[in-house]
Design a protein around this ligand. Structure first.
Ligand code: T1G
Length: 658
C-alpha cells in the first residue's frame, strides 16, 4: 500500500484504488487524515490505472468524525468541505465501504461518495448536536437530499444513531454486505464506471408536507431545553427545501464555526472527554478484573428489579433473592413487567425477552447465591438489615465472590465490617429507575481490594452504565452535593425568595425541574427522616432552616401526598399560598426580614454551593477528579449538560450567572 499521508494509504487492485484511513483509535478526521484523503482522491482521479475508488477505515470503525481534539484551534487546511467536494465531484466513481461507526464528519464523507455499502454492524449518525455544534461539512444538506427533511431532522437534531438496517430502510446506505466488504465495494465501484454518478448534493430534496416537517422538528426539539445546536440543526435542514446547495453549505459552515466556539460547545466537549476520563482510575491501570457471569440480586423491590433487569439486558445470569417465595414471585413479576415494557417499545424482541427470562432464577433460598460471582443487595436502606444480610452472605457465597451494596446514604464500611472479608465489598449505587439511569457510583470502601474495584468498573461498563468511582462519605458524590444544593435553596427561602422563584431561575438556567419541584417529586419524608436522625449531632452554630420540618409536620410530604412545596391536582403543579405563609412564619419566628433576591443571585448561590461541596469532595479525596463530579450531577441530578456541570461552570464563571 502506498502512503498518501501518515494515516491514509491506498492500493490499486484491478483498477480500483482502495483508500484506507488508519488513525487509531477511531479514525478521526485529523488534518493529516484530511490531507491524505484529498491526496488519495486526486491521485485516483489522475492515475491511468485507476477507474474507481473505495474509501474505508482500518479496524472496526469507518470514521469517528472530525478530530474533536483539534476544535481548540482554527480549522487547518484542507478543511473537510474541500475534501468532500473533491470526492463528490470526482469524475471516477467513489464508493464508501462503511465497515463500522460512521459518525459526524465520517458520515459526511460517506454522504459525499457516489454509493454507500455498509457492513451489518455499521452504525451511522450525525451526533454533532451532542457536542453543541451542527454538522460542518454538508450533513444538513446532503442527508435530506437522500432521505427527506423529516427523517433528516429526526437524526441531525437529536444525534441519534441509526443501525445499518435502519440506514438501509431510510436510504442512507444503498446496500448491506454481510460477506467480505472491501471486495464487494470494489466490485460495486467497478460497476459504476461509465455510469451517471449519483451526487447527493445535486439530488433534489424529496417533497414533504409542511406538517410532517413541523412534527419532526417539534419532536426533535422537545428535549433540547436551552440548547442552541438542535434548533440550528433544524433550521439548516429546513433550508435544504428551498436554498441552492452551495449557498446552504456556506450557511451551514458559518453556523458550525460560530457554534464550535460557543460556551455550550465548550461545555459539551468537556462532558465528552470527561466520560472518557472517568473510566481511567489511578492505580487500576494494570489490575485485572475478576470474571463475572452470574449476578445475585438480593431484594427485588423497585431498585432490585431494575438492577436485575439491566443485568439480564447485559447478558448475565441473574439469581434474584427475596425473604419469602411470595415476595420473590412478586419480584419476578416486576422484572417481567420491565421486560414487557421494553418489548412494547421494541427495545427487545420476543426472543430477547425469552432469553432473558431463561437466565433469571428467583426464590427465597439464600444458598442459591453460591453460584454468583457478584451479589448486589438492594434491600431497605436500614443499617441493621444490611449488616445482618452481609453477615449471612459472607457465609454463603464463594470465597472469591464479590459483595456489593446499593445503599444511598449508609456507611458501606460499616456494612463491609459485617463480613469476614471486607476487602471483597464495594458500593454499587444505582439510580432509579436502575434499568434506565446511566449513572452508577462505584464506591471504593476503605478495605476494597483493587481487583474488586476493577471488577465493579468492568461490570458497570458491561451494564452500559457510566461508572464514577468515589470514596466513602455520607451520600457519596451525588447526594452530598444535592444536600448542599438543598441547604442553599432553603437558605434562599429564609432570605426572601419563594420556591417558585428559585425553581424558575434554575429552569431558565437549563434544569428540567427546579430544586423544590424535585424535592416534591422525590418525597420530603426521606430528607425529613435524615434531618431527624442528624438532629442530635447537628452543630448548634450551623445555620439550620426549619421551614421544611414545618411542611412535613403539616403532612405536606410532596407530590405523592398531593402537596409539598406546591400543591398538585390532576398532575398539575400549583403555587400554594399556605406554603408562602409557612415560609413567612418561619422567617418572622427568627426575626428575619425578607429582601428582594434576583434570579442571578439565586443561580449564583446554588451553583457556588454545589461547586464548593465538589471542591470539598476533591480535597477529601472522595472524588478522583472534578469532571467526575460534573458527570454525576449531569447524569443523576438533571444538571444541564450544555453547562458542563457545577465544577466546569464554576471554572467558567465570570460573575452573576446568565
Ligand atoms: N475526535 C478525537 N478523539 C476521539 C473522537 C473524535 N471524534 N472520538 C473518540 N475519540 C477518542 C476518545 O476521547 C478516546 O480517547 C478514544 O478515542 C476512544 O474513544 C465536521 C465537526 C467512535 C463510538 O461525536 O462516539 O464530526 O480516552 O472510549 O467506546 O461535521 O468514541 O482513549 O484518550 O469513546 O470504542 C462527531 C465521538 C465529531 C463521535 C468509539 N463524532 N466518538 O467509542 O471509544 S464532530 C462524534 C464516539 C464532527 C463534522 C463535525 C466514540 C466512538 P482516550 P471511546 P469507544
Amino acid at each position: 500500500m502506498s502512503a498518501f499521508s501518515d494515516t491514509v494509504r491506498g492500493a490499486v487492485s484491478n483498477g480500483v484504488l482502495l483508500i484506507e484511513i488508519d488513525h487509531a483509535p477511531v479514525n478521526a478526521l485529523s488534518t493529516d487524515v484530511r490531507n491524505g484523503l484529498l491526496a488519495a482522491i486526486m491521485h485516483g482521479e489522475a492515475a491511468t490505472d485507476v477507474v474507481a475508488m473505495v474509501i474505508t477505515g482500518a479496524g472496526n470503525i469507518f470514521i469517528g468524525g472530525a478530530d474533536i481534539r483539534e476544535f481548540g484551534a482554527p480549522p487547518a487546511e484542507p478543511v473537510l468541505p474541500t475534501v468532500l467536494a473533491a470526492i463528490e465531484n470526482a469524475a471516477k466513481p467513489v464508493v464508501a465501504a462503511i465497515n463500522g461507526a460512521a459518525l459526524g464528519g465520517g458520515l459526511e464523507v460517506a454522504l459525499a461518495a457516489h454509493r454507500r455499502i455498509a457492513s451489518p454492524a455499521a452504525t451511522l449518525a450525525l451526533p454533532e448536536v451532542k457536542l453543541g455544534i451542527v454538522p460542518g461539512a454538508g450533513g444538513t444538506q446532503r442527508l435530506p437530499r437522500l432521505i427527506g427533511i423529516p427523517a433528516a431532522i429526526a437524526l441531525v437534531a437529536t444525534g441519534r444513531i441509526a443501525s445499518a438496517n435502519e440506514a438501509l430502510k431510510l436510504g442512507i446506505v444503498d446496500r448491506i454486505e454481510s460477506g467480505e466488504l472491501r471486495p464487494a465495494a470494489a466490485a460495486e465501484a467497478r460497476s459504476l464506471v461509465g455510469a451517471d454518478l449519483r451526487r447527493s448534493g445535486a439530488c433534489d430534496v424529496p417533497p414533504a408536507r409542511a406538517e410532517a416537517i413541523d412534527a419532526a422538528a417539534s419532536k426533535a426539539l422537545a428535549r433540547a431545553r436551552g440548547q442552541n445546536a438542535p434548533r440550528e440543526a433544524v433550521r439548516l435542514v429546513r433550508l435544504s427545501a428551498d436554498t441552492p446547495f452551495t449557498e446552504a453549505l456556506a450557511e451551514e459552515r458559518k453556523t458550525f464555526l460560530v457554534l464550535r466556539d460557543s460556551d455550550q460547545a465548550a461545555a459539551l466537549r468537556h462532558v465528552f472527554f470527561a466520560e472518557r476520563a472517568a473510566a481511567k482510575v489511578p492505580g487500576l491501570e494494570h489490575v485485572k478484573p475478576r470474571k463475572v457471569e452470574a449476578i445475585g440480586v438480593v431484594g427485588l423491590g423497585l431498585m432490585g428489579s431494575g438492577i436485575a433487569t439491566c443485568a439480564l439486558d447485559a447478558g448475565y445470569a441473574v439469581i434474584g433473592i427475596e425473604q419469602t417465595e411470595e415476595a420473590a414471585a412478586k419480584g419476578r413479576n416486576r422484572i417481567e413487567g420491565l421486560l414487557d415494557r421494553a418489548l412494547q417499545s421494541s427495545r427487545i424482541d420476543a426472543a430477547g425477552k425469552a432469553d432473558r427470562l431463561r437466565r433469571l432464577t428467583t426464590g427465597a433460598e439464600l444458598n442459591s447465591l453460591k453460584a454468583a460471582d457478584l451479589v448486589i443487595e438492594a434491600v431497605f436502606d436500614d443499617l441493621s438489615a444490611k449488616t445482618e444480610l452481609f453477615a449471612c452472605l459472607g457465609n454463603v457465597v464463594r470465597a472469591d465472590a464479590i459483595l456489593a451494596t446499593n445503599t444511598s446514604y449508609l456507611d458501606p464500611d460499616a456494612i463491609a465490617a459485617a463480613t469476614t472479608r471486607p476487602e471483597r465489598v464495594l458500593g454499587l449505587h444505582f439510580f432509579s429507575p436502575a434499568n434506565v439511569m446511566r449513572l452508577l457510583e462505584v464506591v471504593r470502601c476503605t478495605r476494597t481490594a483493587p481487583d474488586v474495584l476493577a471488577t465493579g468498573l468492568a461490570v458497570a461498563k458491561k451494564l452500559r452504565k457510566l461508572p464514577i468511582v468515589c470514596g466513602v462519605t455520607e451520600g457519596f458524590i451525588g447526594n452530598r452535593i444535592f444536600s448542599a444544593y438543598r441547604r442553599e435553596a432553603e437558605f434562599l427561602l429564609e432570605d426572601g425568595a419563594l420556591p417558585q422563584q428559585v425553581d424558575a431561575a434554575m429552569e431558565s438556567y437549563g434544569f428540567a425541574m427546579g430544586p423544590f419541584a424535585v424535592f416534591d417529586l422525590a418525597g420530603l419524608e426521606i430528607a425529613w427522616a435524615r434531618r431527624k436522625r442528624q438532629a442530635a449531632r447537628r452543630d448548634p452554630n450551623a445555620r439550620y432552616v426549619d421551614i421544611p420540618d414545618r411542611l412535613c409536620e403539616a403532612g405536606r410530604l410532596g407530590m405523592k401526598a398531593g402537596r409539598g412545596w406546591y400543591r398538585y391536582q390532576d398532575g398539575k403543579r400549583d403555587v400554594d399560598p399556605e406554603v408562602t405563609a409557612l415560609i413567612e412564619q418561619g422567617r418572622s419566628a427568627k426575626g428575619l426580614v425578607a429582601r428582594t433576591i434576583s434570579d442571578d443571585e439565586i443561580r449564583h448561590r446554588l451553583l457556588a454551593a454545589m461547586a464548593a461541596e465538589g471542591a470539598a469532595l476533591l480535597s477529601e479525596g472522595v472524588a478522583v477528579r472534578a469532571s467526575d463530579i460534573d458527570l454525576v450531577m449531569i447524569n443523576g441530578y438533571g444538571f444541564p449538560a450544555h453547562k458542563g456541570g457545577p465544577m466546569f461552570a464554576a471554572s467558567q464563571a465570570k460573575g452573576p450567572t446568565a
